[in-house]
Design a protein around this ligand. Sequence first.
Ligand code: CMP
Length: 140
Amino acid sequence: MAVEKTLVLVKPDGVSRGLVGEVISRFERKGFRIKALKMLRMTREQAEEFYSVHRGKHFYNDLVDFITSGPIVAMILEGDSAIEVVRLMIGATDGRKAAPGTIRGDYSLSIQNNIVHASDSRESYEREVKVIFKPEEIVE
Ligand code: CMP
């Protein structure tokens, strides 16, 4: 398996509930390296590009409203099979169905307010990272 990077967001619900440290801590303890980290509030334009694959879906407008509703914490994590392993650690999209022990399984009862986002493929990572980080914000 290859060392790769993935993008994680702690969404507005995760930030307002004080779960930033908990989320970062889980990934650090697992062994991932943080290559970039910042707090920001997404503009509508950024959110529409970030979630462009969901454009046209019934939940798209609510999703854009939600992700722009408050500050988020974005990070790039690096490690072996990072995309797959981080997705396993965050759990199923719907917090009610996510397995206990996963971030969503432990902290969410909602499909929209599900605490975190993580890239689901290399293609998604490449698109998402450009929406959030400038190249100079990423350490080597
Ligand atoms: P995320 O991993 O950020 O990717 C897209 C987001 O859309 C997802 O988490 C959910 O927050 C949201 N989402 C996906 N499916 C639905 C749905 N059926 N209803 C509402 N929100 C959804």
